[in-house]
Design a protein. Structure first.
Lengths: 139, 139
DNA sequence: CTCCAACCTGGAGCGCGCTCCAGGTCAAGC
DNA sequence: GCTTGACCTGGAGCGCGCTCCAGGTTGGAG
C-alpha cells in the first residue's frame, strides 16, 4: 500500500525521475525515504504532495511559492492560516488567468471566423484593409 | 492617424521597447518603417500585429509558431488555408488548456475549502491522515 | 555468483522569452 | 548651436524549470 520505487512514483505522478530528484533537491519534497543502499522509496504521502504540486504547477504557481507552502506545512499546525491565505491568493490569480484566457480565446475564434468567411482565394475585400493583409482583422 | 514613436507603440501595445525590438529582430514584425535617421516608426498595422501577438502569446503559443504565422501572412493570399489551420489547431490546444486549468482550479478550491472547515488550531482529525500533515487532503 | 537494469550524486547545459548593457546617434526645445 | 532625453546596434546575461551527463552503486533475476 505504501513504498514505491522511483520509476513507479514517476509513472504515477506523471513527473520524470529527474524532476522528482530535482523537487527533492530544492526542498519541495523533504525526507524522502531510502533503502539501506540509498535508493529512494516514495510513500503515498509523497504521491499526495506530488499531486498537489501538479495542481499548483498546472495553474502556474512558481516553484518558489510551492516551496514556501511545503515549508509552512512542515512547520506544523500554526501555519494553517498562512497556508490558506497563500492558496487563496493563488486561486485569485488563477481566476484572472482563466478570464484572460477565455477573452483571448474569443479573439482567436473571431479571427478564425474571419478566415472561414473567406470563400476561397478571393482577394480580401471590405474593411479598411491595410497594405499588409493579416491583422486589421481582429480589430 | 498612423506613425507612432517607439515609446508610444510600447505604451499602446503593452510590450516593452526591448520586446518590440526583439520581435523585429527575430522576424515577427517585419519591415518596420524608419525615419531618415534610423528611428523606428510604428504604424497602425504594426499595432494590429502586436495585438494579435499578444493574443497568441497570452494563450501560450510559442514564438516559433507566431513567426511561422507571420511569415505565411507575408507570403500572400495563397496561405490563408494554412493560416486558418494553424489558428484552429492552436485554438484546440487553448481549449484543452482551459479545461485543465478549470479542473485544477476546482482542486485548488476543494483544498481551500478544507482549510476553511478547520475551526482553529485544532489537530487535524478524521481521515487517514499521514504523518506529514498537508496533502492527503485533496485526495 | 554474475549480470544488468535501475538507481545514485554533483554539476553542467538547455530552451524559452525576454532584459540589460555599452557605446554611440538623433532630434526637439531653448 | 547646444543640450538632453529618446533612440540605435550587437551581443551578453538572466530566471525559470527542468534535463542530461559521467562515473559509480545497488539489488533482484537467473
Amino acid at each position: 500500500m505504501s513504498g514505491y520505487a522511483p520509476s513507479e512514483a514517476a509513472r504515477r505522478s506523471g513527473f520524470s525521475l529527474d524532476t522528482l530528484r530535482y523537487y527533492e533537491k530544492i526542498g519541495l519534497l523533504a525526507d524522502v525515504e531510502r533503502t539501506a543502499g540509498g535508493q529512494r522509496v516514495f510513500t503515498d504521502d509523497d504521491l499526495g504532495w506530488l499531486e498537489l504540486f501538479r495542481c499548483l504547477r498546472d495553474t502556474g504557481m512558481p516553484i518558489a511559492q510551492m516551496r514556501r507552502y511545503a515549508q509552512l506545512a512542515r512547520e506544523g499546525e500554526h501555519t494553517v492560516d498562512e497556508r490558506r491565505e497563500l492558496l487563496e491568493q493563488h486561486a485569485a490569480r488563477v481566476e484572472e488567468q482563466m478570464l484572460l484566457l477565455s477573452r483571448q480565446y474569443e479573439h482567436l475564434r473571431e479571427k478564425i471566423r474571419f478566415y472561414e468567411r473567406l470563400p476561397g482565394p478571393v482577394p480580401e475585400t471590405g474593411q479598411p484593409t491595410a497594405t499588409r493583409p493579416d491583422p486589421a482583422v481582429s480589430r
